[in-house]
Write a protein of this length. Structure first.
Length: 264
């Protein structure tokens, strides 16, 4: 290996080490951040979930669809009054047509213009019903593409132009606040998990000072795509008794991260 290549290798190695050692500071000496999020505006979220959250004075982010909000309007108005954050989850919940139930709103058939109209229509209806305009977005099914084959495009740039953050779904790792793309925040599933399983995920995030965004759907005793009430109650009790974890909605933590890291 030539002398110049050795020098370049050492410089790159030094850069990588220094980047890894950059320590992001959470407020008030917190060791990590945690956001609780739910999708789709499922009825159980305001019939069961918000009462549990309010019991522990914990604010969550709900990524909603206008239709289900209308069906439980009084519950969602109360959720807003109680301080919970309302995010945008599109208007028609477009996903890949490989989900047979999504074939009428298949991402493979979407254009950028059609997706942009979804954002606008959803925000407009939510603002009319709840008096708030969402600034955070969650990708339906966690999928970030439109069209197919050589015409396939990411619609992450559209989200970045319209919102302050975007969250995906079924991810394996939390977010590194010093490095993450705020428009592709990872969402780690909390549905179906016991408190002990959730605590193990939290402990790993805490070791590295990360931002864990937990994502769910229903909130009930049991069932498919359901955050178990027993697990949620235990989790919220645990979080209320520790000073090491900053628990806040996605929008609040997004703003802090943007203001306090070198990437911005």
């Amino acid at each position: 290996m030539s002398k110049n290549l050795i020098v370049l290798f050492l410089l790159l190695l030094s850069f990588n080490i220094s980047a890894q050692e950059q320590e992001f500071k959470w407020p008030e000496g917190k060791q990590m951040a945690l956001s609780l999020t739910w999708d789709d505006a499922r009825p159980s979220q305001v019939q069961i979930g918000t009462d549990i959250l309010n019991k522990f004075d914990t604010k969550a982010t709900f990524y909603v669809l206008p239709g289900p909000v209308y069906d439980q309007l009084s519950g969602w108005k109360k959720a807003v009054k109680d301080g919970h954050e309302i995010g945008n989850h599109s208007y028609n919940h477009p996903c890949s047509g490989n989900f047979l139930w999504a074939r009428k709103n298949a991402l493979e058939e979407y254009t950028e213009e059609k997706m942009d109209l979804e954002f606008e229509a959803s925000n407009e209806k939510i603002a009319q019903m709840l008096g708030v305009t969402p600034t955070q977005f969650a990708y339906p099914c966690g999928q970030t593409f439109i069209q197919r084959g050589t015409e396939t495009k990411s619609y992450v740039p559209l989200v970045a132009n319209k919102f302050k953050s975007g969250r995906t779904w079924l991810d394996e790792v939390p977010n590194d606040p010093a490095y993450c793309d705020l428009y592709q925040l990872t969402g780690v599933e909390m549905d179906g998990k016991s408190f002990e399983e959730l605590l193990a995920i939290i402990d790993l995030a805490r070791q590295d000072g990360l931002w864990l965004v937990l994502a769910g759907h229903e909130i009930n005793k049991d069932g498919p795509q359901t955050t178990k009430t027993k697990s949620l109650e235990k989790l919220l009790k645990y979080l209320s008794e520790t000073d090491a974890i900053w628990v806040a909605p996605v929008g609040e933590i997004t703003e802090y991260v943007r203001a306090n890291r070198e990437l911005e």
